[in-house]
Design a binder for this molecule. Sequence first.
Ligand SMILES: [Zn+2]
Length: 212
Amino acid sequence: MLAALLDLVLPRTCCGCDLTGFLLCPSCRGLLDAEPLGRVCPTPCPEGLPRVVAFSSYDGEVKRLLLAHKEKGQLGLTRPLGWALAAAVRRADLGAVVLCPVPSSRAAVRQRGHDHAMRLARAAARHLGVPAERLLCPARAVADQAGLTTRERAANLAGALRATGTPHLPVVVVDDVMTTGATLVEAVRALAAQGHPVAGAAVVAATKRRVR
Ligand SMILES: [Zn+2]
């Protein structure tokens, strides 16, 4: 209701490029309809990283759209970003799978007011006609990953997640962004410890300097 009222009094600008009159302009919308980038691997590639497919590199308009969705609660972007994530999952060509989002800490979800990765997972799952399940949850608090080296990130995240649920379909771990891959490695470790078969991972965007 408040958002609808604000739309009436504030000029709306595109979250990707600031063009007036749109939340997502046709040009930025077109970027999310493009062909997925394909398989990506960070440098260095962490041991235990599953096959990861990214829709895009993490820069430009796509980066701005992801940040607007995650940090500014622009939920009108959930569906188009979810479609981009679905395109990455489809490119991975893994058959019948269940999508499992990387969980955020409770504090982060509270601060943002929503669970961005779960929203994207659900939107992608609807588009693909597969289930999305919250199979992972934080096992303990972790330090902020920003500013940590690859090795420090891996140490910070070791044992940070735990998995629940009964193993059935192969799991595709999904997230908005991959940076070093350390979070995905920890997600795969936790899922495997619970007996879940992990088919791979898909992200909307991967940090560009790490794309091969
Ligand atoms: Zn735009």
